[in-house]
Design a protein around this ligand. Sequence first.
Ligand SMILES: Cc1cc2nc3c(=O)[nH]c(=O)nc-3n(C[C@H](O)[C@H](O)[C@H](O)COP(=O)(O)O)c2cc1C
Length: 192
Amino acid sequence: MKKLLYIDACIRDEQSRTKRIATPIIEALKQKYEVQTLVINDLDLSIVKKELVTKRTNGDIDPQVMSWAESVRDADRIVIAAPFWDMSIPAALKNFLELCSIFDVTFKSDDKTCYGNCKAEKMLYITTRGMDIDTGDVLEQGSSYLKALSWLWGIGPLEVLSAQNMDYLSEREIEERISRAIFEGLKIAEEF
Ligand SMILES: Cc1cc2nc3c(=O)[nH]c(=O)nc-3n(C[C@H](O)[C@H](O)[C@H](O)COP(=O)(O)O)c2cc1C
């Protein structure tokens, strides 16, 4: 069975609307993929600062971090679920991704430039936004960042599933948006 890596960055956990959308989609994908889930809240993430960069340059990489990076490298598909925070993704997720950006693991380089070393042909990013901001809007720095990073890592096209204006709608409208996103996500899952 092919492998799917699910990166759950729904920091508010059971209160998370993003998680409510992602969970049934991941359940559907379990029919087709062996799913490995990494819950960002549960990971012990060191911040990438001078000491860590120096160690990494010297090939001294924490085995746990290496295993996460290898999971990213070897997955056939990747799904990231994360709320829209401060116009982008939560810092904890950025931190995780920075830790996994390891030369000769998730990317390589020749004498001119970097190129990707990951297997996944598709990546799905599931998100909800408080304000009424569209995917691809200049104010929306979540999908643009993930698109750029997936290019660096050689991961195929990024598909974005979003629900927006969630902090300014009635309860009924919020529920409608969640249901619609699940419906759209299940359709994406059929082809994913
Ligand atoms: C720490 C934090 C930062 C947020 N930053 C933004 C933001 O910059 N722009 C925005 O539209 N919504 C922002 N929101 C609102 C969330 O995007 C929105 O409530 C979303 O549905 C939360 O997802 P969740 O229910 O999965 O946690 C923020 C919420 C939190 C808790």
